[in-house]
Design a protein around this ligand. Structure first.
Ligand code: ZN
Length: 203
């Protein structure tokens, strides 16, 4: 479930739609959490889908650390990529604002954290743009992402959290807040070595 202070807006014909803040969202806010309505597809389920459905998953789903495709039911599936993303994850099923996000600003992810099946060119136009997003970007950039996400994680109790009821692993999160060495790193989401995609073979 995506944060209530967001909405879908049309960016441009090239990018399509994106998720924008309707109010300021402070650093440390949980901006998305996996919820009971999000759909999880095991690899064999993906392989059994007709090509048109696999293509939709390729566009709108992400791949978790266990190789499952996760399709968000709400406008969370329209998060766009940025090489300077303002939302990142630590090793749990939620995303944090890693900077203060202004009203009207687009919320972005780094797709390098989401196990992309294939490299793709990036035109995010930020000064941090890597030019391409690669399936193994986690190997090169994971520590940087982790540092940014950890800094936001320890602000969780300092800012309003309208999605807290949705968050899973509450006990583990509380434990990590009390003992930082227990915090799961972002690498927990990394599938490793790229993805052998049944969807790409058929789509
Ligand atoms: Zn970029």
């Amino acid at each position: 479930m995506v944060h209530p202070h967001t909405e879908l807006r049309f960016v441009n014909p090239h990018i399509g739609w994106g998720v924008f803040a309707t109010k300021p969202i402070p650093k440390g806010t949980i901006v998305w959490a996996l919820d009971a309505l999000d759909q999880t597809f095991q690899p064999e389920q993906v392989a059994a889908l007709p090509p048109y459905a696999r293509k939709q998953l390729q566009i709108y789903a992400y791949v978790d650390g266990k190789g499952r495709h996760i399709l968000c039911w709400d406008h969370a599936r329209f998060f766009n990529h940025s090489c300077s993303a303002n939302c990142l994850s630590v090793g749990y099923d939620f995303e944090l604002a890693v900077r203060d996000i202004a009203e009207g600003e687009e919320l972005t992810d780094d797709y390098g954290t989401l196990n992309p099946g294939e490299p793709f060119p990036c035109g995010c136009a930020t000064t941090a743009c890597r030019g391409h997003v690669l399936p193994d970007d986690m190997v090169r950039h994971g520590d940087l992402w982790d540092a940014a996400a950890r800094a936001a994680f320890f602000l969780i109790r300092n800012v309003p959290q309208p999605l807290w009821d949705v968050v899973r692993d509450k006990a583990e999160i509380e434990a990590a807040l009390a003992a930082p060495e227990r915090l799961r790193p972002i690498h927990h989401h990394y599938r490793g070595g790229g993805i052998k995609e049944p969807m790409l073979a058929g789509g």
